[in-house]
Design a protein around this ligand. Sequence first.
Ligand SMILES: [Mg+2]
Length: 177
Amino acid sequence: MQNKKILAIDMDEVVADAVPRFVEWYERDTGIFLTPQEIHGGEAWDAVRPEHRELASKYVYKKGFFRDLPVMKDSQEVIMELMTHYEVFFASAAMPFKYSLEEKHDWLEEHFSFVPNTHWVLCGAKHIINADFLIDDRSKNFERFRGTGILYDSPHNQKETRYHRVQNWQEIREYFL
Ligand SMILES: [Mg+2]
């Protein structure tokens, strides 16, 4: 039995960068390139033109959106290091996006196979998770969470001040190690 503290880590916008996929598909469909400045401060799907909002809001429900997202810088090496001190789980809301379940599984197998697949929790609401810490970009996931929420900086969460914020994986490293 392990008695390490349990650390749960969200996937999208924490270890997987979904914004470039969104920008890519939006440009493919409309010819419009969204700059980071346009997205900063809100949701990517709110940064689009009003007439494209419906189209853009459906991207996350489409096949292929999650499969080959870029890995967040330094996340693999820092998680590997964290695993010597913490019991690490991934906790990602996959159920609202049916294709994401298989795609997230395959993505973890490709990039994070050093975290055992018994520790990939592809779920719905996260307050069911009894971890000591949760690193997530969505503060709504902390509201009923019983452990400590660590907010991963993201364009959409700039106004959130209630939780400890980390900007990148080196800051996570400093916080936990
Ligand atoms: Mg997320």
